[in-house]
Design a binder for this molecule. Structure first.
Ligand SMILES: Cc1cc2nc3c(=O)[nH]c(=O)nc-3n(C[C@H](O)[C@H](O)[C@H](O)COP(=O)(O)OP(=O)(O)OC[C@H]3O[C@@H](n4cnc5c(N)ncnc54)[C@H](O)[C@@H]3O)c2cc1C
Length: 523
């Protein structure tokens, strides 16, 4: 596309254009602007181009605790997030109906690590002495806080600090608007509201500039593609293919609804509820003013009508009204790009790939991507290909781990009630690496040796929560020496912490109402 405009190899990287104004675009803009002094004359020049007629996807309501570090780093007040983004605190997820589908079938994946995780062999002692109780509830205090709808901190806890580890549930549309205001008013990001209608290239194939309708050509040294599912630069301009994961994770559609509470002061759940269905699962996320509820399902196994009926049944059964408008449908091909950084273009966010929102990994991957990009920002075009290679290797690995981890939620299920569950538990749909890990885990728990990267998306503790929550039981016979007394002390500590925190922590809604009125102490 476009004319040859010379060869930019060897030039300093001074100007960055981000295309896309969803959560990905604005998070990238904010982190780069802070790290590379965009507000100063010597800093990186950062422009964000956003088409006013193409709205961001507007879903993406659950985050990981990593979001606290990201928001603190970019200088956003936590009280502003709570007030402006309809945000609530999330302490993990509860999975209903994933193991057998029978009434009462549930397990937890809290954000807090098991008590004494790095010091004691908790799994061996739990199996030997407490296997009649759920793993997460023995090793962690946090499921007990969530069961009572408690907040993860007190009104006196400074912003972003935690009594119990937490992330957020928020309104994704409002989150983008808050980031936009912060980026343009505080961080020196230039915002161009216009549509890209073409790409101009250098002779070597690098992108030279993006052609807009009303603002001419936006030239830069590095382009960040945050255009969402269409992936305009990496996918469409460069033709980097999406590597489909449909053979492993079948879900490719979602229906989303906003559900009012029965009363304005109804309790707000402290965890994402993920309820397994015959052909997918339903997320249920509590925000201060409403719930966000949606059904993710496989179009190969289920019609849209049947999926909508299942969603409405769930909403009725959980106290929601009958007369909601039609659900919004979203379609996606589960997968990720064969590479994420090609020439002078990096894709971050949905443009780099998307897998179903189980465990809310998308925003976490965006955070990991922008922190990596920012730390590795090449000083010159000549350095860029080396950085690109490192980035591509690191993120191919991370996407593969996301696939393994999500598949673990399905692969161990005892459900066989539909083709969906029969297909999900069939050996043919299991990734090779996960199969290997499950062989190892028959004899020992998941550990950091299985997940050797410095910034794994999901730590080994998360694998333990899912593995044992799903009912996986290792074979007896490990000869490793254990110290049951130490593990017992950790279990007692978890129980004691829960007992101490329960009366000391406010409810999720009470804390949010307090923050809306009075803010939070600064550190
Ligand atoms: C059903 C569903 C549920 C999800 N739930 C979660 C969750 O709980 N947790 C989580 O972490 N993630 C979740 N996600 C993923 C999350 O929504 C996204 O990762 C996140 O919102 C980032 O989106 P984005 O910014 O990449 O794309 P988008 O929000 O789609 O933004 C694309 C941007 O590109 C711009 N654009 C497009 N074309 C042009 C053009 N020609 N010129 C200029 N600009 C252009 C648009 O104007 C827009 O601003 C979910 C996704 C789906 C589909």
């Amino acid at each position: 596309m476009g004319d040859a405009m010379g060869d930019g190899m060897g030039d300093a990287v001074r100007r960055v254009v981000i295309i896309g104004g969803g959560s990905a675009g604005w998070l990238v803009a904010a982190v780069l602007a802070v790290d590379h002094a965009a507000a100063t004359a010597e800093g990186l020049q950062i422009t964000l181009l956003e088409a006013p007629g193409i709205p961001p996807i507007g879903v993406g309501e659950g985050t990981w605790p990593s979001m606290r570090d990201t928001l603190r780093k970019i200088g956003l007040a936590e009280a502003d997030l709570v007030r402006d983004c309809d945000a609530a605190f999330k302490q993990g997820s509860r999975f209903d109906g994933w193991v057998s589908g029978a009434a009462g079938d549930h397990y937890s994946h809290p954000f807090a690590l098991p008590q004494g995780y790095t010091e004691a062999d908790l799994v061996g002692t739990w199996l030997a002495r407490h296997a009649d109780q759920p793993f997460a509830e023995v090793v962690s205090f946090q499921p007990r806080l969530c069961a009572h709808g408690l907040a993860p901190k007190q009104v006196t806890t400074p912003e972003y600090a935690a009594v119990a580890n937490y992330g957020y549930h928020f309104d994704a549309g409002k989150f983008g608007l808050l980031l936009r205001r912060h980026c343009t008013e505080q961080l020196g990001v230039r915002h161009v509201c216009d549509e890209m209608i073409g790409v101009q290239s250098h002779a070597n194939g690098d992108i030279a500039s993006l052609q807009t309708r009303a603002h001419g050509a936006l030239a830069a040294d590095l382009f960040i593609d945050c255009t969402g599912l269409p992936s305009l630069l990496l996918g469409q301009h460069y033709g980097v293919p999406l590597v489909s994961q449909r053979q492993v994770l079948f879900n490719d559609r979602a229906l989303a609804l906003q559900v009012p509470y029965p009363q304005p002061d109804s309790p707000i759940a402290s965890q994402t509820l993920a309820t397994a269905q015959g052909n997918g699962w339903i997320w249920d996320i509590g925000l201060p003013t409403r719930r966000g509820v949606g059904h993710v399902y496989s179009s190969a196994h289920c019609s849209d009508d049947a999926a909508e009926q299942a969603l409405r049944r769930h909403i009725r059964a959980s106290g929601g009204p009958d007369d909601l408008p039609a659900a919004r449908q979203l379609r996606f091909e589960p997968g990720y790009r064969a590479e994420f950084w090609h020439r002078n273009c990096v894709a971050i966010g949905l443009s780099s790939g998307f897998i179903e929102p189980l465990e809310a990994s998308a925003l976490a991957l965006i955070e990991l991507s922008v922190h990596a990009l920012s730390a590795q920002m090449p000083a010159t075009r000549a350095a860029m290909d080396i950085v690109a290679r490192q980035f591509n290797e690191a993120f191919s690995y991370r996407w593969e781990r996301v696939i393994d981890f999500l598949k673990l939620h399905y692969a161990l299920s005892q459900r066989r009630d539909t083709d969906y569950w029969r297909d999900h538990t069939a050996a043919a749909s299991m990734p090779e690496r996960l199969r290997e890990l499950l062989t190892l885990w028959r004899h020992r728990p998941p550990s950091h040796y299985d997940l050797a990267c410095i910034e794994e998306v999901f730590p080994s503790a998360s694998y333990q929560y899912i593995l044992y929550g799903m009912g996986f039981r290792p074979e007896a016979g490990s000869r490793r020496r254990e110290d049951p007394a130490l593990a017992e002390r950790c279990f007692q500590e978890a129980a004691a912490l829960a007992a101490r925190m329960r009366p000391a922590l406010p409810g999720n809604r009470a804390l949010i109402t307090h923050i809306q009125r009075h803010g939070l102490p600064k550190i």
